[in-house]
Each structure stands twice: as C-alpha cells, then as structure tokens.
Design a binder for this molecule. Structure first.
Ligand code: XIL
Length: 447
C-alpha cells in the first residue's frame, strides 16, 4: 500500500490528538504506510540509489555529514578524483582527499561513483602541455593506475567526461586528448576494463538530455557503435545541470529510454536545477519520474547537498537550503521515489473544465484521462456545434505528443488547433508533462 504525503500528514495529526488513548495502533500505522523517509531508502524500494557529490573539505561539517549519512547511499567526489587531483605530477599519484571521501562513504555502507578518469578539463598542468603519443600514453597510464588503485571499490567510473561538442555538429569536442586520435575514448574504456573488471564503465556528459539535440544524437551513435564493436561500455551518465536557459526537456524520458535500449544503464549523475519553490520542485519531480520510468535508469546523484555547497550556489539548485533544511524540491523527489507521483498529481476524477460556454458558438469541455509517470491523456468534448475549432494550450515544458479523433495543426509548440475529422465531437490527446501536471486550457469557436 502507498499513502500520499497528504494522508501521511493526516495520520500523524490524528495520532497526536489521540496518542494517549490509542497511540500504539496509530504509531504503527505510519511506518506501515510503506513511505520511506529518506532519499536513499525511498530509491532502494525500486532497486535504485540516490547519491550526492561530496567535497572532502566539508566532511568535518557536522550538518553536512549528518545529511550525507542520513539521506544518500551513493557518493561522487566533486573534484578529488579528477586528473589534476590524483596525478598532480606525472607518475606521482595522490589519493589523500579521494580516500577520505571513499573511506567515509564505505564506512557508512555507501557506494562510490568514480569521477572522472579522462577529461579535457581539470587536467594537471603537465598534461595540458602534452600532445600526440606521449599524451595518449600518459592518459592511458593515468586510467590504469587510478582504476587499479580503486579496484573493487567503485560502482561505476566516469571513464570519459564531456568529449562531445555543444551546438549543431554532433561531433567530438576539440581537445588535446581528441587530437591524439578519435579512438582515444575506446582506448580509455579498454584500459579501465582491464584495470577494474568489476566497475561499470560510463560515458558522462552534459547537454545530452534533449533527444532532438545534435550532441545527444552524437553520443547515442558513439554508444551504439561501441556496443556493436564490443568496446566495453556499461552506462551513460547524464549530468543534468538545468536552469531557465537549459530547462528539463519534455522528451527526457525518451532520451533515457533510447539510450537504455542500446543495452547500457543510464544514470543521472550531477543533477542540479536552478530556481526555487514549486517550479523548481516540479522540475525535480519530472527528472525523478523520467528515471523511474526507465528500468535501466539505476540511480540519481545530485551535485551537492545544500544550496551553499553548490558550484552554482547563487542559483540555489539543490534539495537542501543553506541551513540544511529540506526544500520543496526535496519533498517532491521523495514523494516520487515513494509513490511515483510527487504528490501533486491532479485528482483522478471526472472533474471537467469548460470554456466559452456558448460564447464562441460552442462549448469545449476538458476531462482528464489516464496518467503515467511521464505523460497523461486528456479528452475534449464539444457541444453546441458540429463545425468547431478548438484551441488547446499546454504550458511549458508540456508537449502534445499524440492526438486522436481530430485533425490537428499547431500554431506554436504549445498551442494546438483541433478540427473535426469525421469522428464526432470528442477528441483526445497525450501530453508529455515533464513534471508539469497542469491541465491544458481549451477554447471553442465555430468555424
Ligand atoms: C565542478 C565542481 O563542482 C567544481 O567545484 C569545480 O570547480 C569545477 O567542476 N561537469 C562535471 C563536474 O563533470 O566535474 C563539474 O564539477 C561540473 C560540470
């Protein structure tokens, strides 16, 4: 049985009032609801993990460590396992801060995502100046040394990070590593597999969330190629750094599903969403639902604990405020992990909205249809005319992805014009909601 948060709240209110009389029965009712009270426990119900980035220099902060230990079961070193940290001088490896994070996590029964073995950014100075065969060999030696040192302790390695170009090319990013030859990525994956056969090997990138973007397609083709040629790759990481200029795409679920269909796990690896309040909460809800809707989406990691810990602190993009209090976004993520809905699903009912009763010569009535984690159906019934034009307007990031019993055209991505197609005066559609469950607005006029 699952209870929504609203009903859990009601139970605990009642239990306070009648505690003295019937406390035992009511107290046992609350945990029996099946709703887990931490992100990790809630994610574990579907076999997933919920992780965070951790900075070694914050492990002495008891508020920080308290939330870390309570809420998360996967840890990524925010900077401490990067190339500049682990090999500051060529051939001299330095694991002090990385070990602090790995040991703290493992002592608490948490797993570790390794981040990252090869990347154009945060390279040590000596590597930035290298090229050609010397750089290729130095990169491969780095991958081998670090993955061997941590063999058996890493759930998944980001073997290669951010190797594709932004924009419309769909090709590789220029970098010193890329200039060693296009096969540098597969060479890194083969070296990582040899060094730690037990770790999942991931390709990790950003701006790969929208299925229609060239960069997403470029990474998809690489993974498809690797799978077809037997290059060892087990997972694709989606960084998922979102803000108003780069919002959660409405086709996020499609992206995750299509990658998973290649035979790799998918993971959301560095999630943060700038914003606040219910709009931020809804976007977190949509991302969490998109992962839950894909069987091979094995977990979500947020890129820090409190807003003040974030690399983009001014955007307040995380689940806890600067004082360590849970934000609305936290609650929506927890609710989705517990019952799939985020607690904000519109009620299942025959409730309808009507528009233009008579005003345009006809009346359009919207009624709710079936709902899924990533989409919902709606139906519009027209009265007053058989010769109608109905406008259906959805709100961002919603998109209408299917229609039936109507002839549809689009005024813009958000606004659909529906006309009769000989199927009568009732038509339907599917809205991909991206976490926004609001009903569309409808209006009717006679043609
Ligand atoms: C960021 C860290 O959060 C910052 O502390 C650091 O200054 C720069 O790197 N993509 C990645 C992460 O893969 O490693 C980056 O982390 C954020 C973008």
């Amino acid at each position: 049985m699952t209870l929504t948060v609203k009903s859990v709240a009601r139970v605990s209110l009642v239990s306070t009032l009648v505690l003295a009389a019937a406390g035992a029965a009511l107290l046992s009712a609350s945990p029996a609801s099946g709703a887990a009270s931490t992100l990790a426990a809630a994610a574990q119900q579907s076999g997933r993990y919920f992780g965070t980035a951790v900075a070694a220099n914050k492990l002495g902060d008891s508020t920080y460590t308290g939330i870390l230990n309570r809420e998360f079961d996967m840890v990524t070193a925010e900077n401490e396992m990067k190339m500049d940290a682990t090999e500051p001088n060529q051939g001299q490896f330095s694991y002090g801060n990385a070990d602090r994070i790995v040991n703290q996590a493992r002592n608490q029964g948490k797993r570790v995502r390794g981040h990252a073995l090869a990347w154009h950014s945060q390279q040590p100075g000596w590597m930035q100046n290298m090229s050609g065969t010397a750089l290729r060999n130095a990169m491969l030696n780095h991958v081998t040394q670090v993955a061997t040192y941590y063999r058996g302790k890493i759930y998944a390695w980001d073997v290669v990070n951010e190797a594709f170009a932004d924009g419309s090319s769909g090709g590789r990013r220029d970098s010193n590593l890329q200039r060693t030859g296009n096969d540098w990525i597969e060479a890194a994956f083969r070296a990582a597999r040899a060094a730690d056969p037990g770790a999942k090997l991931c390709y990790n990138d950003y701006n790969t969330d929208n299925w229609s973007h060239a960069k997403t397609q470029g990474v998809y083709r690489m993974v498809q190629d690797f799978k077809s040629r037997g290059v060892p790759i087990d997972c694709v990481g989606f960084q998922a750094h979102f803000n108003s200029g780069n919002p959660v795409p409405s086709n996020y679920h499609t992206t995750l599903q299509n990658f998973a269909a290649l035979g790799v796990d998918v993971q959301i690896t560095e999630l943060d969403i700038e914003g606040s309040g219910s709009s931020q909460a809804q976007q977190y809800q949509g991302v969490t639902q998109a992962c839950l809707a894909v069987a091979r989406c094995t977990g979500i990691t947020v890129w820090g604990i409190r807003d003040t810990d974030s690399w983009r602190a001014s955007g307040t993009p995380l689940l806890f405020d600067g004082n360590g209090n849970k934000k609305a976004a936290y609650t929506s993520v927890l609710n989705v992990l517990n019952d799939g809905t985020g607690g904000t699903t519109p009620p299942t009912s025959t409730t309808t909205t009507t528009s233009n009763p008579g005003g345009g010569g006809c009346t359009a009535t919207y009624s709710e249809g079936e709902k899924w984690s990533d989409r919902f159906n709606g139906q519009v019934t027209v009265s007053g005319s058989d010769n109608w034009i109905v406008t259906v307007t959805v709100s961002s990031p919603q998109r209408i992805i299917a229609t039936w019993n109507t002839s549809a055209s689009w005024e813009s991505a958000n606004v659909m014009t529906a006309r009769p197609n000989g199927s009568g005066n009732s038509f339907g559609f599917t809205i991909s909601h991206g976490g926004n469950w609001n009903w569309p607005s409808v209006s009717c006029r006679v043609a």
